[in-house]
Design a protein around this ligand. Structure first.
Ligand SMILES: [Fe+2]
Ligand SMILES: [Fe+2]
Length: 164
C-alpha cells in the first residue's frame, strides 16, 4: 500500500512515537560522530524506505518505519563508562524491552529491533524489513562515523522541539 509518501509516513509514525514514548530523550545521546541516537534512528527509517522503493521490495512499510525508529531505543549514552564493549551485543534486547513498555509491537517489529545487530549477534533477522534495517543501520553508522550529516532530515529535530 503506497497511499502515504515516504516522508508523510515517517512523519506520522514519528509523531505517534514522540507522543507515546521516550524517543525524544535519545536526542541527548551521541550515536556516532556528531549524530544523535534520535537522528540516527530517523535516518535508518528514511533510508530503509528509500532502499525498499529503489529495489521495489514488497514490505510492510509501517512495520519497517516503526522497527527502524525503535531499533536503538536503549535510552543511554553508550560512550559513557559502564556500557563498554558489551553494548553492541546487549542493546537490541534493551531497546526491545523499552519499546514494549510504550508500544504494542507486532512480531515483525520485534524481530527488526532484536536482530538488527546481525552478524555481531548471531541470529539473523527473519523478515525482509529486518534485513533492510540491519543493512541500512551499518551504512548509516559508517556515514556518521566519518562525520556525515543528514541535511535532508532537519525537520525531524524540529518535530522534537515542537513536541516537548
Ligand atoms: Fe543498534
Ligand atoms: Fe542503529
Amino acid at each position: 500500500m503506497h497511499c502515504f509518501s515516504d516522508r508523510a509516513l515517517l512523519r506520522a509514525e514519528l509523531a505517534v512515537l514522540l507522543e507515546n514514548s521516550r524517543l525524544a530523550e535519545s536526542c541527548a545521546y551521541v550515536q556516532h560522530g556528531q549524530t544523535s541516537t534520535f537522528l540516527h534512528c530517523v535516518a535508518v527509517a528514511w533510508y530503509c524506505l528509500w532502499l525498499a522503493r529503489l529495489l521495489r521490495l514488497e514490505v510492510d512499510r509501517r512495520a519497517l518505519v516503526r522497527g527502524a525508529l525503535l531499533h536503538d531505543y536503549f535510552l543511554y549514552d553508550w560512550h559513557q563508562p559502564g556500557h563498554g564493549r558489551l553494548h553492541g551485543f546487549r542493546h537490541p534486547a534493551a531497546a526491545l524491552g523499552n519499546a514494549r513498555l510504550c508500544c504494542r509491537l507486532d512480531e515483525r517489529e520485534e524481530n527488526i529491533i532484536l536482530r538488527h545487530m546481525f552478524p555481531l549477534t548471531p541470529v539473523p533477522p527473519r523478515c525482509r524489513e529486518g534485513v533492510l534495517v540491519c543493512l541500512v543501520d551499518k551504512g548509516c553508522s559508517l556515514f556518521e562515523t566519518f562525520n556525515g550529516r543528514y541535511r535532508r532530515l532537519w525537520w525531524a529535530e524540529r518535530m522534537v522541539r515542537r513536541a516537548v
